[in-house]
Design a protein around this ligand. Structure first.
Ligand SMILES: [Zn+2]
Ligand SMILES: [Zn+2]
Length: 139
């Protein structure tokens, strides 16, 4: 099958491979994403059965809330994954993909929580909290 994408953390201990089309990239500016990344989270997502993860033992899962966890490489700290327990999809950080990823940001969410040191100026839709049809941890 074509439409294969690969990616990895900074040190290479965690690698992944996705199959098939991926969701548009959503940029989340909530306070958790701000603190985890230092800026904001930009992630696509993929059905659980369409991703293979190598080096899973090297992922630390931080249970950031009752419903979702954040996965990062235990060695190099690269943020990689976000997983909502009610979803059969896993979010994958767009920046972790090998380039060219063919991905594009299409919207911004939790804009009211964004850091005060930057502006969102790309003209894409901005949502104060989540947007319809998107499963998020915060309300
Ligand atoms: Zn790593
Ligand atoms: Zn967020």
């Amino acid at each position: 099958m074509s439409d294969i994408r690969t990616g990895h953390c900074n040190c290479g201990a965690v690698r992944f491979r996705t199959r098939g089309p991926l969701r548009e990239v959503v940029a989340c500016h909530c306070s958790q994403c701000r603190r985890q990344t230092g800026l904001y989270y930009a992630a696509t997502n993929v059905a659980d059965e369409n991703i293979e993860i190598e080096g899973e033992a090297n992922i630390t899962w931080y249970h950031a809330s009752d419903v979702a966890k954040r996965g990062f490489c235990a060695t190099c700290g690269s943020a990689l994954f976000w997983k909502h327990q009610a979803d059969q999809h896993i979010s994958v950080l767009a920046g972790a993909f090998d380039q060219p990823s063919g991905l594009a940001i299409t919207k911004h969410i939790f804009c009211t929580d964004k850091g005060d040191f930057y502006e969102i100026t790309d003209g894409l839709p901005q949502y104060a909290k989540g947007s319809a049809g998107l499963l998020v941890a915060e309300d």
